[in-house]
Design a protein around this ligand. Structure first.
Ligand code: FES
Length: 576
């Protein structure tokens, strides 16, 4: 690797050629504040918070490439005053309801203001006035807090290729807007929440349903069942100060009981059920040769992306509902009957790493008998907020186990949380069912990891092959769809997750500030925790889950049966 020598604050140092001054300084332990910079996503150098002195000039260090012999000063009076002036200008037009802001305590503008010792705002003048946009069930926009850094635009446009929001107007009137300023709910937004993860302030947040769930919990007439997705347990601990990659499954279950839920189920059971239904659907499509490749439908962001962008390809999507919707459908049918509870009095709450699940939960086609399968969806962040509000000492809770009979999943269910997990879980089951043999190694490592496109081929006993592709992040998904339209790829089964890395990095997970995010491979840490939970299970295949077997024996009959179709499958809507 080529290196160069530069001088930072009088100290000569050797850094990798091609690095920015910001990266080089941070590597040497010199902390330069930044705000608009988001590694790999936003290099607009619009905020000027990261300026350094190079010769007579003040230059933004986040986009300045270090050059041999460069002399950089990061802490002169001129630098400090310029940084403060930039931040004070931002504050002068910033809604300062900080105490009630959803990002209070985790706001990067707050952190930078504090770091720069800003005690007053010297600038006064006109303030932009913007209304909040609550129209989306998933994402709330509050333009009065927007600092126009463009990080959300990078996430939505560059990374996800959705482009629901972008810069509009000029000068003081500049705003981040949807096309023609339409409400977010009427835009092309697919609810993934990656804009929230990118936003350094409280201009973007999830549409909170905390009070709705508190109301249900305090109503003695409601039987409130909660379920938690696999990705939640490997991130929730971060909200309580644990490092990324800590599994808190048992403590999470204990906390949910203390919040007052009547039953605590694991969405992994719904994931196992998805494999039974989707695996059968795959074998049936392979048999008929119709509607191949089969594409997964677990991810509501991906489903809406398809509905918006590839409406004539909706026949490729699996008709399976997503795991938490399947779980909800089973709670209000099989479980209600077993427990002797009127389904109308049951409220199902899903704890998800995802904001798009909030939109999905409200889809009319995801319910039966006039009841939605899932009534409320809370993100991992909202669950953490409820636990804190309830005064629960989360870190010192004892481990507790999920309830049953439809609340326990296999190792295959848990890996749904990481990109490649659905494909791996399906392959474990499809191989064993078609071959009648037990897999010697259950891990399909080719579909694991963070490569944008992962591929795997398995041979079935009758000579057929299953060619599988896995993509994550909608930018990668669009590339794959377009390549397929050009006839460049031929697969039988494709797994897509809208968020890069899969649900572990969903838009509802705890938010890392940009500096920490650049230093921590949070996706890798959370994925490691997911795979370790799989390894710790005695049952690691969906079809071997005894509770799944009992569900088919006692209620559903067989996968893809008439009843299974009625309760566990759905259809999609062309939105263009
Ligand atoms: Fe460098 Fe904003 S200009 S962080």
């Amino acid at each position: 690797m080529d290196t160069i020598k530069i001088t930072i604050d009088g100290i000569e140092t050797e850094v990798i050629k091609g690095m920015t001054v910001l990266e080089a300084a941070r590597q040497q332990g010199v902390e330069i504040p930044s705000l608009c910079y988001l590694k790999g996503l936003n290099h607009s150098s619009s905020c000027r918070v990261c300026v350094v002195e190079v010769g007579p000039r003040l230059i933004a260090s986040c986009t300045l490439i270090a050059e041999e012999g460069m002399k950089i000063l990061t802490n002169t009076r001129k630098v400090r005053e310029a940084r403060r002036a930039s931040v004070e200008l931002l504050l002068s037009d910033h809604n300062q309801e900080c105490l009630s802001c959803s990002r209070s305590g985790g706001c990067e503008l707050q952190t930078v203001s504090s770091t720069l010792n800003i005690r007053k705002v010297s600038y006064t003048g006109e303030k932009s006035s913007q209304e909040k946009d609550y129209t989306s069930p998933a994402v709330v926009r509050d333009a009065s807090k927007c600092i126009l850094c463009g990080r959300c635009v990078g996430a939505c446009g560059t990374m996800q290729t959705v482009g629901a929001i972008g810069f509009a107007k000029r000068g003081f009137d500049t705003v981040i807007s949807t096309a023609f300023g339409r409400p977010l709910a009427e835009s092309t937004c697919i609810d993934c929440g990656q804009c929230i993860m990118a936003c350094p302030v409280g201009a973007l947040s999830e549409h909170e349903n905390i009070d709705d769930v508190w109301r249900e919990l305090s109503d003695p007439g409601r039987y409130v069942v909660v379920q938690a997705a696999p990705a939640v347990r490997v991130a929730l601990g971060e909200a309580f100060g644990l490092p990324p990659g800590n599994r808190v499954t048992g403590r999470m279950v204990a906390a949910l009981r203390r919040l007052g839920f009547d039953k605590v189920f694991d969405t992994n059971f719904g994931a196992d059920l998805t494999i039974m239904e989707e695996g059968t659907e795959l074998l049936s499509r392979l048999g008929s040769g119709e509607n191949l490749p089969l594409m997964t439908s677990c991810c509501p962001g991906w489903v809406k992306f398809m509905e918006n962008n590839f409406p004539d390809r909706l026949n490729h999507l699996s008709t399976c509902k997503s795991p938490h919707e399947m779980e909800g459908a089973m709670v209000k049918s099989f479980f209600a009957k077993q427990a002797g509870v009127d389904p109308k009095s049951i409220t199902v709450v899903s704890i998800m790493p995802c904001t798009a699940k909030k939109f999905e939960g409200q889809r009319e086609e995801l319910g039966s008998g006039g009841l939605q399968d899932v009534d409320w969806v809370l993100t991992t962040r909202e669950l953490a907020a409820m636990i804190k509000e309830a005064g629960i000492d989360f870190l010192n809770l004892p481990d507790e186990d999920f309830d049953n009979p439809i609340g326990r999943g296999s190792g295959a269910g848990v890996i749904f949380g990481a990109s490649g997990g659905v494909a791996e879980a399906a392959l474990r089951t499809v191989f064993e069912i078609t071959s009648g043999k037990e897999l010697e190694t259950v891990e399909y490592t080719a579909v694991r990891g963070m490569d944008g496109l992962k591929e795997n081929v398995i041979d079935l006993p009758d000579g057929r092959k299953i060619r599988t592709a896995v993509v994550h992040g909608l930018g990668n998904a669009r590339k794959l769809m377009e390549a397929m339209e050009r006839g460049e790829h031929s697969y039988d089964f494709i797994e897509v997750m809208a968020c890069p890395g899969g649900c572990i990095a969903g838009g509802g997970q705890p938010i890392l500030d940009a500096v920490t995010a650049a230093r921590t491979d949070i996706r890798a840490e959370r994925a490691k925790a997911i795979y370790s939970e799989d390894e710790a299970q005695t049952v690691r295949k969906s079809h071997k889950n005894p509770y799944i077997q009992a569900l088919y024996e006692e209620f559903l009959g067989e996968p893809n049966s008439h009843l299974a179709h009625e309760l566990l499958h759905t259809h999609y809507i062309a939105r263009r």
